[in-house]
Ligand binder design. Structure first.
Ligand SMILES: [Fe+2]
Ligand SMILES: [Fe+2]
Length: 201
């Protein structure tokens, strides 16, 4: 292994776990809200399943948090998680779930570089489901974009709303913002959409 593993101070680890627990709850809420708006039974099943998986990620994060902090994680993050808006249409769900899931993935990748073995183990368990979430969110978005052209304008509004919200679920470093933009740009472009602030927007 090229990288030496190195433990973070507990206070830093707890800060990261609070941030991660918040993102898992936010993702669970987004997917669960999508069950109502999904156009088919298969889509409803998929979203309900993804919501459950996000809740199980929350449990994984909370377990480590409790071990280190000696207190529960839910009360620490629940109020903040409930402030994220709820999408009102299937198209908005597709945009929001895609962007928020990507932001969460970019953040996890940044944590992975920290080399803390406790974090490493946790991320490994979470990533198990995340590949599928990302593929599904991307497919749903591309599917919506290939529909009637009037959807393009609607999708643009959703991107304008959810791009900054998705960025806000990540930690502050500018490197996250850049990595996030790079990670969503190809799919948005394929959809005829652009990142707010990009020259093509
Ligand atoms: Fe997750
Ligand atoms: Fe996910």
């Amino acid at each position: 292994m090229a990288e030496m593993s190195q433990s973070l101070p507990d206070a830093k680890l707890l800060e990261i776990l609070e941030s991660q627990g918040y993102r898992e709850l936010v993702s669970a809420h987004l997917f669960a809200g999508g069950v109502r708006l999904a156009p088919s039974i298969d889509d409803k099943h998929m979203l309900a399943e993804h919501a459950r998986e996000e809740l199980s990620h929350f449990e994984i994060v909370a377990t480590l948090y409790e071990q280190v902090a000696g207190r529960g994680l839910y009360d620490v993050v629940a109020a903040r998680a409930s402030t994220l808006p709820t999408p009102a249409s299937w198209l908005e769900i597709a945009v929001a779930a895609y962007l928020v899931d990507r932001a969460a993935a970019v953040q996890l990748a940044a944590y992975q570089k920290l080399g803390d073995p406790r974090l490493e183990k946790l991320i490994h368990k979470i990533l198990d489901h995340e590949h599928e979430h990302q593929a599904a969110a991307e497919t749903a978005l591309l599917d919506q974009c290939s529909g009637p052209s009037s959807r393009g304008d609607l999708a643009r509004n959703h991107v304008a709303r959810w791009y900054p919200l998705a960025r806000s679920v990540m930690d502050a470093p500018a490197s996250n913002a850049t990595a996030f933009a790079d990670s969503v740009r190809p799919t948005l472009t394929e959809c005829g959409l652009a990142i707010p602030g990009d020259p093509a927007a």
